[in-house]
Design a protein. Structure first.
Length: 119
């Protein structure tokens, strides 16, 4: 076993363990925790037995296992970026609604219109 395999398996093992503990203590939602546990478990399998990625890649019509891992990583990052973009958009809309409500609430009060926000 190479140094990379030892380090990679150690990192994936510790990370998966922390995810399990976080899910059991309810610090992480169960579905995302399960997803990430599966991702790190798959990474551990690919690190421990890289020939498996070659077999799966060949079935999918990809010549090398490393290419399969690379393509999967790119797709996962694109999906992650899309989810973050959607989340940011929702937060932006929520902040806009909240700001409008606070401005309207402050405008209806006598005196300083910004007083409602400071209170």
């Amino acid at each position: 076993m190479s140094i990379f395999q030892v380090l990679g398996l150690g990192i994936t093992g510790v990370t998966a363990t922390l995810l399990v503990i976080g899910a059991l203590r309810r610090r992480l939602a169960p579905l995302p925790a399960a997803f990430w546990i599966m991702v790190f478990s798959a990474a551990a399998v690919a690190i421990a037995a890289p020939e498996i990625t070659v077999l799966i890649a060949n079935v999918l019509g990809i010549s090398r296992g490393a290419d399969l891992v690379f393509y999967c990583a790119i797709l996962a990052m694109l999906f992650g970026f899309l989810r973050v973009q959607i989340q940011i958009r929702r937060l932006d809309q929520s902040i806009t609604v909240l700001t409008r409500e606070l401005a309207l609430h402050g405008a209806g009060q006598k005196g300083n219109p910004g007083r409602a926000i400071a209170e």
